[in-house]
Design a protein around this ligand. Structure first.
Ligand code: CU
Length: 154
């Protein structure tokens, strides 16, 4: 794979992450993160999770990145006139004492161009960038899931 000029922004993001230690007070609780397993040729994968804000003030998510993918975006699936489209969400506000659920058919993370082969049992790292220039990392397992996923409901 060719070296890309994108390496500098990646370094800057890593520096921001160090700040998260100092700002641990305003943080989010991530539960049940998972990436849907895709065929080896897939260039785009989707990730889901629940994001809880246990604090008394809203927290803004400014973006997502992953060392395991070239890029990542927050998307929302909307249906207009029976046609599903995905909107790129630039910012996501998690309200005070609120929960936002990323799940199939709604909000999700879109992960572009995996840097390695990913299959069920693998784990990727997602980095969530918060509005206060801190970030948090989430270990996210790759999960195989049939279209009928009702048996996985809790
Ligand atoms: Cu999407």
């Amino acid at each position: 794979m060719k070296m890309r000029p994108a390496s500098l922004p990646v370094i800057l993001i890593a520096v921001f992450c160090l700040h998260s230690i100092a700002y641990a007070a305003s943080t989010l609780e991530i539960t049940h993160p998972w990436v849907r397993e895709a065929p080896p040729s897939a260039r785009v994968l989707a990730a889901y999770m629940s994001i809880k804000n246990p604090g008394d003030s809203a927290i803004t998510i400014n973006g997502i990145s992953s060392p395991d993918f070239e890029s990542a975006e927050i998307h929302r699936t909307v249906i207009n006139d029976g046609v599903a489209r995905m909107l790129h969400i630039k910012q996501l506000d998690v309200p005070a004492n609120g929960i936002i659920r990323l799940e199939p058919g709604g909000l999700h993370l879109m992960l572009f161009n995996p840097k390695r082969m990913l299959a069920e049992g693998d784990t990727i790292t997602l980095t969530i960038h918060l509005g206060n220039e801190t970030c948090m990392t989430v270990s996210t397992p790759v999960v195989r899931q049939d279209d009928d996923h009702s048996r996985h409901h809790h």
